[in-house]
Write a protein that binds this ligand. Structure first.
Ligand code: DSN
Length: 413
């Protein structure tokens, strides 16, 4: 008799609860999305059982013929989607993807130049409490005080002064197009390597709606679960000359066995990205973000940088008299999840933030259009304006639930 474990009612109940929460709430968290059913299925498949340290055709374990085919498909689809010459699809998360790049081309103490956290940079771009801040000498660039956009002249000047070994472009809270070609020129001018972290905008890049850094960057890192709408995970693309060092850094450098079930799901995600409807989907994400941004601006909110070019909007709540954490909490009570966020030159701690970051990938995936995006912006305004009045919050919560019922995520499984 094979060993059989019975179900786990406690965890089943919690998964059901989380599914109900996702169905009945509106996620405006810019880094979240809903993985399609076949991606969930791949992640719950028997591929999780297989150890496959190494790369296709060069494994340290027997029995890898099927997972070799899975990983090869993921690599080939990713190459085609982004026009990359070398891809490693094994990093478990964005932090590991960035760590793999740093450890393949830097030594501890080398200088890295990345965007600071307050301006929208990521923890792994040199935040002091992150491994990147602990291992490397970090110099940061921010945004212009006037435009709240990257000031490429400032980046150039800083690069000339600090002579970094690696320049990092990309952000977690930056709503504008990033000129990767300019970053590459600056890197070239100081003989630095150039890495683009496109975790947030990967879907927009894959769809051709944002400039691609592939031709000009030495390394491009990304996650698969944000605008790309895939499983939780990451990947690194690089120029051929860095391929061997990168692959060796991923394994055995920083990871062991790859998650083959997630790599199968990444293959599905990259395959979806190659479909014509993916471009329309990404365009809708941008349209929805612009629709929300316009409504919020009309309602008197100060939108950082004056608008958005991508899936996210950073809202400065100073004029509303509340900080990001307060807004995040009251909106959650109304069934709308957002993230507190710093704004450029913020004087609040990152744990509070003077604003919120919202994103439209998840609502677009569940079928909401500009009309619903505008409705949601009005609901957010109601909640923030009447944040001390429980009856308003409850009324919005009911409107949120009723809107969500018209846009089911997984109930058609
Ligand atoms: N924590 C993610 C985000 O919210 O942007 C990035 O890692």
């Amino acid at each position: 008799m094979p060993i059989k474990f019975d179900g786990d009612p406690e965890i089943s109940l919690l998964i059901d609860k989380e599914e109900a929460r996702q169905e009945n709430e509106i996620s405006l968290i810019a880094s979240e999305n809903y993985a399609p059913a076949n991606i969930l299925k791949a992640m719950g498949s028997v591929l999780t059982n297989k150890y496959a340290e190494g790369l296709p055709g060069k494994r340290f374990y027997a029995g890898c013929s099927v997972v070799d085919a899975v990983e090869t498909l993921a690599i080939e689809r990713c190459k085609k989607l982004f026009g990359a010459s070398h891809v490693n699809v094994q990093p478990h998360a964005g932090s590991q993807a960035n760590m793999a790049v740093y450890m393949s081309c830097l030594k501890p103490g080398d200088t890295i130049l990345g965007m600071d956290l307050v301006s929208g940079g990521h923890l792994t771009h040199g935040y002091k409490a992150n491994f990147s801040g602990a291992l490397y000498r970090v110099v940061s660039y921010g945004v212009s005080r006037e435009t709240e956009c990257i000031d490429y002249d400032q980046v150039y000047t800083i690069a000339q002064q600090c002579r970094p070994k690696l320049i990092i472009a990309g952000a977690s809270a930056y709503p504008r197009i990033i000129d990767f070609a300019k970053f590459a020129q600056i890197a070239k001018s100081v003989d630095a390597l150039f890495m683009a972290d496109i975790a947030h905008i990967a879907g927009l890049v894959a769809a051709g709606l944002h400039p691609s850094p592939i031709a000009c960057a030495d390394f491009v890192t990304s996650t698969t679960h944000k605008t790309l709408c895939g499983p939780r995970g990451a990947f690194v693309m690089c120029k051929d000359g860095f391929a061997q060092a990168l692959d060796r850094t991923v394994m055995p450098g920083i990871q062991g066995g790859p998650c083959m079930h997630v790599i199968a799901a990444k293959a599905i995600c990259f395959g979806n990205g190659l479909r014509p409807e993916f471009v329309r989907y990404q365009q809708k994400i941008i349209n929805n973000a612009r629709a929300m941004s316009d409504v919020l601006a009309e309602l008197g909110y100060r939108i950082v940088s004056g608008g958005t070019d991508n899936h996210m909007i950073i809202i400065d709540l100073t004029g509303q008299g509340c900080n990001g954490k307060e807004a995040e909490q009251v909106l959650e009570c109304a069934g709308i999840t957002v993230s507190r966020s710093c704004i450029p030159f913020d004087t609040q701690k990152p744990t509070l933030g003077s604003g919120i970051r919202i994103g439209t990938s998840a609502i677009t995936t569940r079928g909401m259009t500009e009309k619903e995006a505008q409705d949601v912006a009005f609901m957010m305004h109601e909640v923030i304006k009447h944040r001390d009045e429980q009856c308003f919050i409850e009324a919005v919560r009911q409107r949120v639930e009723s809107l969500c019922k018209h846009f089911p995520i997984y109930s058609s499984f």
